[in-house]
Design a protein around this ligand. Structure first.
Ligand code: AMP
Ligand code: ZN
Length: 112
């Protein structure tokens, strides 16, 4: 499958890993939009949040169980934002479900 993040999971494309377990990988965003900008992905290919179902939501649960650990390890003691873009209107550029962790500074109040 021609998926950038599946290639990162497979180690075919390098990434700056910050967390990994059996179900989840997290790595630094190549184009950071905050002092801390990490992408957290399930190791299973799910296209976007719009494709989460009863059959694959445990993968998403694993991602959310990892997020507090990643945040703590990244020093995000004063809060952070978790964002996922979906599809064309959501400006999703990589079609493998990913959650942006943004923090390290007071973020803008606007969500869009
Ligand atoms: P989105 O626009 O929500 O689909 O987010 C995709 C994110 O992936 C963007 O923030 C990109 O900067 C990031 N990105 C693209 N290629 C890479 C890569 N090879 N390593 C790390 N982050 C990447
Ligand atoms: Zn993928």
């Amino acid at each position: 499958m021609d998926c950038l993040f599946c290639k990162i999971i497979a180690g075919e494309i390098p990434s700056e890993k910050v967390y990994e377990d059996g179900n989840v990988l997290a790595f630094k965003d190549i184009n950071p939009q905050a002092p801390v900008h990490i992408l957290v992905i399930p190791k299973t290919h799910i296209e976007s949040a719009d494709k989460i179902t009863e059959n694959n939501n445990s993968e998403v649960g694993a991602v959310f169980a990892a997020i507090p650990k990643i945040a703590a390890e990244s020093g995000l003691t004063n809060g952070y934002r978790v964002v996922t873009n979906v599809g064309e209107d959501g400006c999703q550029s990589v079609k493998h479900l990913h959650f942006h962790i943004l923090g390290g500074a007071k973020l803008g109040e606007k969500m869009a």
